[in-house]
Design a protein around this ligand. Sequence first.
Ligand code: ZN
Length: 402
Amino acid sequence: MNIQDIIKELSISTESKIVLLVADGVGDLPSKEGKTTLEYANTPNLDELAARSVCGLTDPISRGITPGSGPAHVSLFGYDPIKCQIGRGVLEALGIDIELTKDDLACRGNFATIDNNGLITDRRAGRISTETNQKMCSLLQESINEIDGVKVIIKPGKEHRFVVVFRGKELEDGISDADPQLTGKKIKYAEALRPESKESVRIVNQFIDKALEALKEQHPANAVLLRGIAKHPGLPSMNELFKLKPAAIATYPMYRGLAKLVGMDVVDTGETIADEFVALKDNYQQYDFFYVHIKKTDSYGEDGNYDAKVKIIEELDGCIPQLLELNPDVIAITGDHSTPAALSAHSWHPNPFLLYSRYIRVDEVKHFSENEFVRGGLGRFPAMEAIPLMLANALKLNKYGA
Ligand code: ZN
């Protein structure tokens, strides 16, 4: 038995309510005046809450590992991010709002250009416009609806990128990329990496042939390359594992999709942070666990826009009273990973983590920031332990052993 089996056995359903607020990529590095964005921002409400909470730092996967938002969220939702890997094709499909089922095999696609000899001259078809991409995807969808009883769903992304979903019983992953990664080479067919995936490979390769046929009069998008071919992960739901009735409030498709993968209901929300808190209030009676996702802290971090990240942190701070008004039994506020504006990218730095409940040992922390939280009572721990901590503080975990 591992710790997850134990938590599954100990968890109980109760009336108490938990809110997990994730400010994506909120962790930062000192920059302006030697301060991080959290230190620079004026956050009276977060500071007040930190002063009566217990705080710490989390590692999303393991020390030194910079995660994507996918595995970082898997971890925050209480799943082992090493065992529960979500393939790139699946994440890409979630990112453009495709509703996936457990029977799906999803791939990331590129439109590419090949010459008369079938050699690739451009792996991105000259970065065709998203509009042209949409036309090419409709053209493909019209000619390829089904292959040997497997439904084929083709949806455009941005520029040259698209997603193909194969939907049918008994599809298997363990399939190589169908992409030689280089120009001057012939297009590559997918290969089975496991004996069980041979039949699925046959379907994928038929798709490639049919796509080449359908696109042969087109230019520059006259070929397709497929990567990240992955099966729906079929994770057990948070209800099965933790007896929770969870709801997700998120404005970006990928996060709504990730929430669905772990069995959360995704509720309607407007675009702003204030709207998300209104959605929380509107749905507060129906659920006992709420995942609220704030995207822009990460977006501005990725843009290297320190000032905008400060502003969005202040905007979030202004909404904290809306959260406190509901008086949840447990509040956790954290990031999924850090996205320092100075790096314009995700990073390996640990996330600030705040935990509020009636049953905590309040620590000395007075401000919501990375450096203050180093002194927090929770210390530094794997993000995967956040759910058990929240469950315990909501009195949703029974005793282990006699
Ligand atoms: Zn993220």
